[in-house]
Design a protein around this ligand. Structure first.
Ligand code: ASP
Length: 299
C-alpha cells in the first residue's frame, strides 16, 4: 500500500495560495513517482522535501525566514521506520537542501544531530549545494519584533510554510521528514522542533510516521510527533490520533500546530489547530489532492 503525504506549513494566514498549492502538488508527484517506481520511502520523503526547499514560497531552504540578525539558520530531520534510524541538522547556514544533509547524518555517521558551522562543514564535505540567503538586512517582521520586545522577543503567530513529508513504500517501510527556516521573530541561534526526533517527526514501521508544523516551542514541550505515534499504537486511527494529540496540546499549554500522519496499514490523517495548513496526499486509490485546509482541531 503506497501512501505519500506532504505538508507546506500551518499558518493563520494564506499567502500565495496558488503557488503554494502548485508547490505541494509538485512535491507530491515527485515523491509519488519514486514510490510507484519501487523506490524507498526515504528517497520519496527526501525528494518531496528537496523540491519544497528549492521553492521560495515555502519557509525552508531558499525561502527560509531570517533570524533577528538577518541570517537564515535552518533545521531539518529525516527518520526511517525499519531500524528507527534518524538524522538531523540544526542552525545550518548557507546550504540549499538541509534535508539532504540530515539524510547524510543518518546514513554516514553514528550520530543523530549536527549543528551550526560544523554541520555546514559536514554538508560541504559531501558536496551538498551551497546557497546564499544571509542578507544581514532586517525584514519588516524583524523590525517589528525588535521594536516590540527588544531582547524579549515576541513569537509571531503567523507561521508560514515549514515543509514535511511522510511516506510508505512498496516494502511497507515508513519514513518521515521535515525542513524549516523557523518562525517569525526568533532570536539568533533559536532551534525549533523540526530537527528533534519525537518532536518534529517520528517513524516506526510497527506503528506509523508523523511530520509536524507549528510553533516549535509548543511542539517540543508536548513531544508531539511521538505522542501522535503513541495514539496510533494504542489503536486510534491516524486522524483521531492527530486530533487527540493536538487537542491535548491546546488544553494543556495552548499553541499552534498541524500534522500529517500515516499508520502502517496506510490509514492517514491531516489536521491542524491553525486556520490553514497547506498539505496534500496521494494513495493508490485517491489523489493527488491538495488543499490549504484540512480538519481543524479546537479545544
Ligand atoms: N515548527 C517550525 C519551527 O518551530 C515552524 C513551522 O512549522 O512553521 O521551527
Amino acid at each position: 500500500m503506497l501512501v505519500m503525504l506532504v505538508h507546506g506549513g500551518a499558518s493563520s494566514q494564506v499567502k500565495n495560495r496558488e503557488a503554494r498549492n502548485q508547490g505541494i502538488l509538485k512535491a507530491l508527484n515527485e515523491g509519488w513517482a519514486i514510490l510507484e517506481g519501487g523506490g524507498s520511502s526515504v528517497d520519496a520523503v527526501e525528494a518531496a522535501i528537496t523540491t519544497l526547499e528549492d521553492n521560495k514560497n515555502f519557509n525552508a531552504g531558499r525561502g527560509s525566514l531570517l533570524q533577528l540578525d538577518g541570517i537564515a539558520r535552518m533545521d531539518a530531520s529525516i527518520m526511517e521506520g525499519e531500524h528507527r534510524n534518524a538524522g538531523a541538522v540544526a542552525a545550518l547556514e548557507g546550504i540549499a537542501n538541509p534535508i539532504k544533509v540530515a539524510r547524510l547524518v543518518m546514513e554516514k555517521t553514528p550520530h543523530i544531530l549536527l549543528v551550526g558551522k560544523k554541520a555546514k562543514e559536514f554538508a560541504l564535505h559531501y558536496k551538498v549545494k551551497e546557497m546564499k540567503t544571509n542578507t544581514n538586512k532586517r525584514t519588516e517582521y524583524q523590525e517589528k519584533a525588535l521594536k516590540k520586545g527588544g531582547a524579549i522577543v515576541k513569537i509571531y503567530k503567523e507561521i508560514f510554510g515549514t515543509v514535511g513529508a511522510v511516506a510508505i513504500d512498496s516494502k511497507n517501510l515508513i519514513a518521515a521528514g521535515a525542513s524549516t527556516g523557523g518562525i517569525l521573530g526568533m532570536l539568533p541561534g533559536r532551534v525549533g522542533d523540526s530537527p528533534l526526533i519525537g518532536c518534529g517527526i517520528y517513524a516506526d514501521n510497527s506503528v506509523g510516521g508523523v511530520s509536524m508544523t507549528g510553533t516549535g516551542e509548543k511542539i517540543i514541550r508536548m513531544t508531539l510527533a511521538r505522542n501522535i505515534n503513541y495514539e496510533m499504537a494504542n489503536g486510534y486511527e491516524a486522524l483521531s490520533s492527530v486530533k487527540r494529540a493536538l487537542r491535548e496540546m491546546l488544553i494543556s499549554i495552548g499553541g499552534e500546530a498541524g500534522a500529517i500522519a500515516i499508520k502502517k496499514d496506510g490509514d492517514f490523517g491531516i489536521a491542524h489547530t491553525t486556520k490553514y495548513m497547506f498539505a496534500g496526499y496521494k494513495t493508490e486509490t485517491e489523489g493527488p489532492y491538495v488543499s490549504d485546509r484540512f480538519k481543524i482541531v479546537q479545544k
